[in-house]
Design a protein around this ligand. Structure first.
Ligand SMILES: Cc1cc2nc3c(=O)[nH]c(=O)nc-3n(C[C@H](O)[C@H](O)[C@H](O)COP(=O)(O)OP(=O)(O)OC[C@H]3O[C@@H](n4cnc5c(N)ncnc54)[C@H](O)[C@@H]3O)c2cc1C
Length: 399
């Protein structure tokens, strides 16, 4: 195969994680190419636009990348999180005050994150972007990898970072397996306007059918993520706005007054997909390509950003970005964070679902223990903030 260009790093997939890695390496000595299958989204700001909840660790990483200042005007601080279960009195609440922080995290429009990362890449002479183009073949050679593209192009690189999502084609081309657990649930994502101020509090409410989350947005609106069994999702997507709004209100209750308006709805099927390994010769999997999670604890991108921060530090310190020992060290260093977050998220889904085999009896006592026992609260709070997997240099960035 004749490779038309040679790069230090090719990032396959320009979603949130791939774009974050490219932005992190902007201005470095490395020659980086990002390949993305889709055209850039063109989405104007809307009150009900899709947002993503970033924890404190992610805010620090994006600050260290240099894009937080671009995002900050669009970010709604999450000052507390309230966790409860429908039909039970057990509940717990985490406050930014108890962590000594101004906010536990921020709810940020995807549009704003995408725009900030694109701006960082556009200003960097060492980062090229090729889209819309799909990687369709991969061949390992002595000290490089050659990628074939569906537009007929061929590129050579010393390292491939697969950030091409849960159904990663690079993972398949590398022959790496993945364990998939279909939760038979869908997340229906929307937004509501509230008759009472949310005061920066995010709510996670567990129901036998699945969790419902309300996460603060500007002007007393909130992102609404309602997880339901897949066999109910189709019908619910067909409900009128008034019907859906009333049903959501019945599940959430009256803590934030009335839901006075409902935004557009979109549904996602939910599965856990965990790659057997995250490295192969001259290749590394990051973000959803490495692990794709249930959104219950809003951990997916947060975890993927910690992949980015850790990997970027190692690539920048290495003579050869595809060095085997460096990649093995990366995989080993990410294992604990990865196992803890994928395990914790899965446990939450099963513990609070009556339809999945799990720990239904224990959940009430879990909430009670979290509200009473300091070591449990402390561990959950640090998990929530993302501090357990934060690289040392990102932790040093003050928020
Ligand atoms: C309902 C819902 C709510 C969520 N809420 C949160 C939250 O609040 N907080 C949080 O941290 N996480 C959240 N997540 C998880 C988060 O959305 C994901 O973890 C994150 O978007 C993954 O990003 P990624 O870049 O790894 O993958 P993706 O977003 O899947 O991007 C992969 C990219 O690769 C491209 N691609 C695929 N194949 C190829 C190829 N062969 N060649 C070139 N390009 C290719 C695709 O076009 C795509 O752009 C949520 C998820 C869901 C479903």
């Amino acid at each position: 195969m004749n490779a038309e260009m040679t790069h230090d790093l090719v990032i396959v997939g320009g979603g949130l994680v791939g774009a974050s890695l490219a932005a992190r390496l902007a201005g470095s000595r490395l020659k980086v190419l990002l390949i993305e299958a889709a055209l850039p989204p063109a989405s104007p700001p809307r009150w009900d636009e899709r947002c993503i909840a970033l924890n404190d660790a992610s805010q620090r990483i994006l600050d260290a990348i240099g894009v937080w200042r671009l995002l900050a005007p669009d970010a709604t601080p999450i000052r507390a999180t309230h966790v409860s279960e429908k039909g039970r009195f057990g509940s717990t609440r985490f406050d930014a005050d108890e962590a000594g922080l101004a906010a536990l995290g921020y709810n940020v429009p995807l549009r704003a994150i995408g725009a900030a990362l694109s701006a960082a890449m556009a200003q960097a002479p060492n980062v090229d972007i090729r889209q819309p183009t799909r990687v369709v073949s991969l061949q390992l050679e002595a000290d490089s990898v050659v990628l074939g593209l569906d537009d007929g192009g061929v590129v050579r690189t010393r390292l491939v970072a697969a950030a091409d999502g849960a159904q990663s084609s690079v993972r398949t081309l590398l022959g790496i397996g993945a364990e998939t657990r279909d939760y038979a649930q869908h997340a229906i994502v929307s937004a509501v306007r509230l008759s009472r101020p949310h005061q920066g509090v995010a709510y996670e409410r567990f129901t036998p059918d699945g969790p419902m989350a309300l996460i603060p947005k500007p002007d007393d609106a909130a992102s609404l993520v309602w997880t339901v069994p897949s066999d109910m999702a189709g019908e619910m997507m067909g409900w009128t706005d008034d019907h859906y709004r009333a049903a959501a209100q019945e599940v959430f209750g009256g803590r934030l007054g009335r839901f006075t308006a409902l935004g557009a709805r979109r549904a996602w099927p939910l599965a856990r997909v965990v790659s057997e390994t995250v490295v192969a010769p001259r290749s590394v999997l990051i973000g959803n390509a490495a692990q794709s999670l249930h959104p219950v604890a809003a951990q997916g991108f947060n975890l993927g950003l910690r992949d980015v921060a850790n990997l970027a530090d190692r690539i920048l310190a290495a003579d050869d970005p595809g060095q085997t020992q460096m990649l093995d060290d990366y995989a080993a260093s990410r294992a604990i964070d990865r196992d803890r977050v994928t395990g914790f998220t899965d446990l939450l889904v099963r513990a609070f679902s009556n339809r999945l085999p799990g720990l239904a009896q224990a959940r009430h006592w879990g909430l009670v223990a979290a509200s009473l026992a300091p070591p449990i609260r402390d561990a959950l709070l640090r998990q929530h903030l993302g501090h357990l997997g934060l690289p040392a240099n990102a932790a040093a960035v003050s928020s």
